[in-house]
Design a binder for this molecule. Structure first.
Ligand code: ADP
Length: 164
């Protein structure tokens, strides 16, 4: 049984994230999509909303025999990964800028817990420029995000920005 943790803010989940999960499913028997709770960052969606959105869209991806679970965690990722008895941490790489940060984090995590490997997956060409931050910014300024996030996320964004 190979279990991986896919950590992130997922504020909100994008098609780029879902592509990583779908492809990660070919490598692992279980992926825990772990929402990072950041006490000092103001997110657009609450942790509960992010969890709800993920649970709504995950059934749409081709996960074959791979079990997908949504969870949230606070504090040190590597501690959480050990608690969950994970074999690996999955991360997506979009650009060199991701690489530099990820390399630093991976080496630090390896130092804390050498048994847990970090597996990197290259972003799909179509989504390599997509980030949750950019999606929110573009949407807020009146741009289109169609095709970059699942339709239900678009709908949630519409509601969120309408409420202000
Ligand atoms: P973001 O960096 O967009 O705020 P997260 O913190 O939720 O998103 O990212 C979680 C993980 O998913 C990170 O490893 C990040 O590099 C990866 N990721 C985010 N967006 C994409 C994308 N469009 N394609 C591939 N991987 C991505």
């Amino acid at each position: 049984m190979r279990r991986a943790i896919y950590p992130g803010s997922f504020d909100p989940v994008t098609n780029g994230h879902l592509d990583i999960i779908e492809r990660g499913c070919k490598l692992f028997d279980e992926i825990i999509i772990a929402i990072l709770v950041h006490p000092d960052k103001q997110p657009l969606f609450t942790v509960n909303e992010r969890r709800e959105i993920l649970e709504e869209v995950l059934p749409e991806i081709k996960s074959r025999d791979c079990a997908l679970r949504v969870d949230s965690f606070q504090g040190l990722l590597i501690k959480y990964a050990v608690e969950q008895q994970a074999d690996a941490i999955v991360r997506g790489i979009r650009a060199i800028s991701d690489y530099e940060y990820e390399l630093q984090m991976t080496l630090m995590n390896r130092r804390q817990e050498p048994r847990i490997e970090t597996v990197f997956m290259m972003a799909a060409e179509a989504y390599s420029y997509v980030s949750s931050r950019l999606v929110k910014e573009v949407y807020d300024l009146g741009g289109t995000i169609e095709g970059l996030v699942p339709p239900s996320v678009e709908e949630r964004m519409r509601e969120k920005f309408r409420k202000g």
